[in-house]
Design a binder for this molecule. Sequence first.
Ligand code: ADP
Ligand code: MG
Length: 423
Amino acid sequence: MSAKKANLSGELKKYFGFSTFKGQQEEIIENLLDGKDIFVLMPTGGGKSLCYQLPALISEGTAIVVSPLIALMKNQVDAVNGLSSDEGVAHVLNSSLNKTQTKQVFDDIKSGRTKLLYVAPESLIKEDYLEFLKDVKISFVAIDEAHCISEWGHDFRPEYRNLKSIIDKIADVPVIALTATATPKVQDDIQKTLGMIDALVFKESFNRANLYYEVRPKVNVDKEIVKFINQRKGKSGIVYCLSRRKVEEFAQLLQVNGINALPYHAGLDQKVRVANQDKFLMEDADVIVATIAFGMGIDKPDVRFVIHYDFPKSLESYYQETGRAGRDGGEGYCLSFYDPKDIEKLEKFLAQKPVSEREIGLQLLNEVVGYAETSMSRRQYILYYFGEIFDPVTGEGANMCDNASNPPKLKDATEDLKKVLEL
Ligand code: ADP
Ligand code: MG
């Protein structure tokens, strides 16, 4: 075992140039190489990709990597191909490839040269792909962003639900599922749907100790945000709004107030959208005002604040979105504005949905309300939601929220005191 361990560090250095594994990466990789099914719950930025990339690179055959977004897959394929001097180590397989390109991918897989094959679940069901994959050597299957399997997750994709039966058709190999979504409900759902109840589970803490959480009542929200941003001139931040219209209006309002802000939502022209995102990433714009369309797969390490103009639909989304602040470990201020009327609007919207979706939506909203209105440690609340026990006094980052640094009872007392003094 120790020989293998020494070897793994060598391979890590050789391919990635890193000297040490992050968190539980090494144990995860060892167990996967031993043929075990594995479930990895690790916050964004924890280093999940390496948990399947490294073992794929050093195993015989091709690892199938299921991933939901073409853009994410392309980034990873480019990155993996950059790690090795051999050509065709990683490929994407999808319907955008022409005949020649598809043949090239198939040839590379047959030759044993391709170590990672990225596919979207909707591609995996294509009959000719399936037929081909049945006949080649598959090392293991990795399912990235595995929360897409669950309706309780924040990004449900119906195509993910049939993965188990498709994988069973292709090969009897170990499966590694990975996600940054760790609510016990989602976890349970994923394991059941993938038939991996007995999988080894690796869970890292979801505590982001460098993030400061604050919830303010939604009054004078425009002014409050302008003031907040002006106190942080030149720093990077994201403002999330629920509607595209609000995104455009508010980006304009910030511009009028001399803030270098740009809008981002799925309704913008593709070119404008990409240009705005790039300007934000390249520091040509300080602030991006966005719908939830912005963020997945975006890794800007020095985002200093995330503001929720509107409260998100679930605590899960709140955690993912606020999580884009302070990725470099530096300051990350998470400021959200809460108005019970907004929640009522969301409830009305849910009323038009099918029953099952509505029930899930309402339950998620209840948890949002609980969080927004709590007077306990926000960090403790969030972590409890992820099934983690957090000590609000001694835990890491314990003082990093409004309720801890300025307890509501004290606030009320000050208000009372003021009234008394005015009398
Ligand atoms: P996740 O998918 O969990 O959000 P990624 O796989 O994208 O995380 O990795 C996040 C960052 O961590 C990447 O920049 C990656 O290069 C880096 N990383 C991963 N493993 C290590 C390691 N062992 N040492 C140093 N950096 C690492
Ligand atoms: Mg990832």
